[in-house]
Design a protein around this ligand. Structure first.
Ligand code: BGP
Length: 490
């Protein structure tokens, strides 16, 4: 018998920019993702812009920033996969019906900030945008599915990115809080579960993994200052949300990973711990404990970071602690001070390759024990309910006779569900599991469609060709049974 609670929320997750399309419909403004090209494992995605009359592009993903003074621009000769994505904007009813048939209890999606405030600075929200998400949430409710909503998922309004230099300006705090408060008021009777920022720790975690791997003190200064503004914004939103509806459960969202020492050398143990402090605990403490950890000073000093903290910031962080700890989990990492042969690759994969683990085509390890470890460790540290809001295997699927035999995906998910079950048996209060990309969508890291995660296949390729037809894969019927049996039948 599995140990999940009776009202366990089984479901799936996506993000607005990776599924919706309709990038210039319904009064929507441009998001940073709308000027982001497609890439692959070998070649990065680019943000395209114009600066002093000249066109240019800079490697980036996960809402990275443009060079100072640059204006985002859509080039005619580039392909932007998020413009159409899988056209959820027009297919949401059909998709929700398929989720409901699978037995989903919860569906995680995000709101595109630019559908609500096209440039981020309007006084009044865009009614068409509000209406679209109302229709989506009502459709979910009608089908017995609870919405779980990420307020900001890697898609700031482009206009704010250009003007305020990727959260360097404190003005972003008020603009975010205005946006979040608008959502809370509008959907207070439809949405109970909210997440403030997707993978907030990515600003630190991905620093070394993007570009040439060289990170300057100025880069660290920028990342820490951005995070400070986001922590304050998140805390203010939590406070405002609870006033609007005291039943709201508002969570953080961390890109979760565990860090193993690569050898028994104590220096490796220390290095692994330090990596965990930087990549996980710094942000997790700020939002779940409501304060900077004891090791924050060491982290700042290492890179001569001088954080601008204003009066009242630390108090509001304390007041606006999150109600639940939510995270994505795909893989673990290995850290060593020794010379290692092979390195792990991919946007999440840092350090050395772990000989005990298998790696996907995109270089991500499969490590269900790491998920158990993470759940048990973090529950022990923070003691608040948890949700696994992303987990899954990105793989190339082969369409055969109108379906996909994705036993590799079933195998991956089965192992991770077993790991969650163990953690629950050991006392972790786990509320939900939403697998990533429950319907195939555009990859955030590479912009590919061919890196598929879904239970539902979508006929669309890396160049934007295809009918957009939806087809259930083998994993669709498997997950249906898992949900119906509350995790007993794996
Ligand atoms: C997380 C993001 C998601 C998602 C996922 C898989 O970082 O929150 O948006 O895309 O990773 O990553 P990818 O799409 O690069 O395979």
């Amino acid at each position: 018998m599995a140990h999940f609670r009776k009202d366990f929320l089984w479901g799936g997750a996506v993000a607005a920019n990776q599924v919706e399309g309709g990038y210039n419909e319904g009064g929507k403004g441009l998001s940073v993702t709308d000027i982001t090209t497609a890439g692959s494992l070998e070649s990065p995605r680019y943000l395209t812009y114009t600066l002093d009359g000249k066109d240019g592009k800079v490697a980036g993903m996960f809402a990275s920033s443009l060079p100072k003074g640059a204006k985002g621009k859509i080039f005619d000769n580039e392909y932007y996969p998020n413009h159409v994505a899988i056209d959820f904007y027009h297919h949401y009813k059909e998709d929700i019906k398929m989720f409901a048939d699978m037995g989903f209890k919860v569906f995680r999606t995000s709101i595109a900030w630019t559908r609500i405030f096209p440039t981020g600075e309007e006084d009044k929200p865009n009614q068409e945008g509000l209406d679209f998400y109302r229709r989506v949430f009502e459709e979910l409710k009608k089908n017995g599915i609870e919405p779980l909503v990420t307020i900001s998922h890697y898609e700031d309004p482009l206009a704010l990115g250009e003007k305020y230099n990727d959260w360097q300006d404190r003005k972003m705090i008020d603009l975010y809080v205005k946006y979040a408060t608008t959502l809370f008021k509008e959907y207070k009777d439809l949405v109970k579960y909210w997440l403030t920022f997707n993978e907030i720790n990515s600003s630190l975690m991905f620093l070394k993994l993007v570009g040439d791997g060289k990170v300057s003190d100025a880069d660290y200064q920028k990342a820490y200052q951005k995070l400070h503004h986001q922590f304050v914004a998140s805390a203010k939103a939590v406070v405002a949300g609870h006033k609007i509806n005291p039943d709201f459960m508002i969570g953080n969202m961390i890109a979760g990973s565990v860090y193993y020492p690569g050898t028994p050398d104590p220096k490796d143990a220390l290095a692994a711990r330090y990596e965990e402090e930087l990549s996980q605990l710094y942000c997790a403490d700020a939002q779940a404990k409501g304060e900077y950890p004891s090791f924050a000073k060491r982290l700042w000093d290492e890179h001569n970071v001088h954080l601008k903290i204003e009066d009242g910031d630390l108090e509001v962080m304390k007041e606006g602690k999150v109600d639940m700890y939510t995270f994505s989990y795909y893989m673990s990492n290995m850290v060593t001070t020794h010379d290692v042969g092979e390195k792990a690759k991919g946007n999440f994969a840092a350090g050395a390759k772990n000989p005990y683990l298998e790696y996907s085509e995109w270089g991500w390890s499969t490590d269900p024990d790491g998920l158990q470890l993470y759940l048990e460790k973090m529950y022990d540290r923070y003691g608040i309910p948890m949700m696994v809001v992303e987990n899954g295997l990105g793989a190339v699927d082969k369409l055969e006779d109108g379906t996909v035999h994705d036993d590799y995906r079933i195998d991956y998910l089965r192992k991770h569900i077993k790991a969650m079950d163990k953690a629950v048996e050991h006392g972790v209060d786990l509320l939900a599991y939403t697998t990533w990309g429950c319907i195939d969508c555009v990859s955030a890291g590479t912009g590919q469609m061919s890196k598929r995660y879904g239970f539902i296949y979508v006929d669309r390729d890396d160049k934007g060709e295809g009918t957009l037809k939806r087809l259930p894969k083998d994993s669709y019927y498997w997950y249906q049974k898992v949900i119906a049996s509350n995790g007993d039948e794996l």
